[in-house]
Design a protein around this ligand. Structure first.
Ligand SMILES: *Cc1c(COP(=O)(O)O)cnc(C)c1O
Ligand SMILES: [Zn+2]
Length: 439
């Protein structure tokens, strides 16, 4: 049976052909999932095939997403053309200094910031752009000021599609927007807020045949689930105890959970790692929902705030998928303050690794979960760093020079600050200073 689109609403369960241009269920508006529940693969033979592909020079095999294409049922290599910039292939990095900071024996980072446009959005966008091509679309669009627009612009350009980016008025993140401009995206600033623009773009997309690559796009989730497949392949299929990930729109944790469940169901792994999602304290509706004993209603945050702009989301679209994955894995949800995120980020920098602010929520959350006894000191933990250190240089400079403030004006301490030093043009005094500072 080929892949289909399934409505996730248990009262609806509608099924649609894979090539229908829909993003949510036309009958009930719930989230859709791409997949083939009857898919079976021989674990030993497939693991061997995936490992052999690492020696191959063909574009599909070199991609850390398409290498695992047996898991991507919507794609048939004999019929379809994949848009790849050799995404994925991101390293697992040991970080003793970060482990010590969190009170852990060891910590491993899977660093998605090594992707072509510097974030895990590329793992999803390679799939989204591939589907756009296959559907015969000429234009793709998203509403974003961040990594989604940078990634969409790059993959659209590589595919010969026209990228169109919609920006909420007066809410621009220049580092990431610069990438989108460089990749040639038509960039439209509309005088409305995020939700109003999203509604507008949905109408435009339906009427003018523009393909939407927003967070709800089920094929982006399919691409992102290979982050877990690659991680396990790199660990020779040793399952970690925990996977820690920052949560914004909650697409990534939903993708991780789906990928892990599929691997488990087909016998590639004999247990599921527990998923730990970390949100920024003032953008934490999923944290509140998870810790509400009733869990009867999901309450969004009207004015989400955090300097970790990639997780500044008050109304995360993928929460129904995410709660299912966190519960199924026996996972938890944590939150971290601006100070905790900033310090954790500096410690990740001190490891020679570095990441953007949202990514550092992982280490900040891990430290708290360790302190609370939820995660044991000797647990085997993989924390996913979602974005590259160069995404937000302004934040870094301010942290290290003591000028970083929360969006609500509170100063952030430079606990691990590293100021540049001004000295006179005097070799003797400079030598003295270096000796004093470095021994
Ligand atoms: C998009 C993004 C996130 C949030 O991921 P969700 O799937 O929205 O939860 C976190 N970090 C970075 C760097 C991102 O770009
Ligand atoms: Zn439905």
């Amino acid at each position: 049976m080929p892949s289909e689109l399934h409505c996730l609403n248990p009262e609806c369960r509608a099924v649609y052909p894979i090539d229908e241009v829909i993003y949510t269920c036309p009958q009930c508006a719930a989230l859709l999932e791409s997949g083939d529940p009857s898919l079976t693969l021989d674990p030993a033979a497939t693991k061997r095939l995936w490992r052999e592909r690492r020696m191959s020079n063909t574009p599909l095999d070199q991609s850390g997403v398409w290498r695992y294409r047996e898991m991507l049922g919507f794609f048939n290599e004999r019929q379809h053309c994949a848009v790849t910039l050799r995404e994925g292939n991101t390293p697992l990095l040991n970080a003793p200094r970060a482990a010590e900071y969190a009170g852990m024996d060891a910590v491993t980072f899977k660093h998605q910031g090594f992707n072509p446009t510097g974030s895990f959005k590329d793992n999803g966008m390679t799939a989204g752009a591939t589907v756009a091509l296959r559907l015969g679309m000429k234009r793709v669009a998203c509403v974003s000021t961040g990594n989604t627009s940078a990634s969409m612009a790059a993959y659209a350009a590589a595919a010969g599609l026209t990228p169109i980016i919609f920006l909420p008025h007066g809410n621009i993140s220049y580092g990431k927007l610069a990438q989108a401009l460089e990749y040639g995206a038509l960039t439209l600033q509309v005088e409305a807020n995020f939700d109003q623009i999203l509604a507008l773009v949905r109408v435009l997309a339906d009427e003018t045949g523009i393909y939407l690559l927003n967070s709800v796009n089920p094929f982006r989730i399919e691409g992102q689930k290979t982050i877990m497949v690659e991680m396990l392949d790199q660990r020779d299929w040793r399952v970690p105890d925990w996977v820690v990930v920052p949560g914004g729109n909650l697409g990534n944790v939903s993708a991780f959970g789906k990928g892990l469940r599929e691997l488990h169901a087909m016998g590639f792994i004999d247990r599921l790692p527990r998923l730990a999602v970390v949100q920024a304290a003032r953008s934490a509706p999923f944290y509140d929902y998870f810790h509400d004993g009733e869990r009867s209603k999901f309450v969004s945050v009207t004015e989400p705030e955090t300097l970790a702009t990639a997780i500044r989301i008050g109304d995360p679209v993928s929460w129904p998928k995410a709660i299912h994955e966190v519960e199924t894995s026996g996972g938890v949800v944590e939150r971290a303050t601006e100070q905790e995120i900033a310090d954790a980020k500096a410690v990740i920098g001190q490891c020679g690794i570095g990441c953007e602010p949202a990514s550092a929520a992982t280490l900040a959350g891990l430290k708290k979960l360790r302190a609370a006894g939820v995660i044991a000191a000797d647990a085997d933990v993989v924390a996913v760093l979602t974005g590259n250190v160069l995404k937000d240089p302004d934040y870094i400079f301010k942290y290290h020079t003591g000028g970083l403030k929360t969006p609500w004006g509170q100063g952030i301490e430079s606990n691990f600050g590293n100021r540049p030093v001004v000295l006179p043009n005097d070799a003797g005094r400079i030598a003295e200073f270096i000796a004093e500072r470095t021994g």
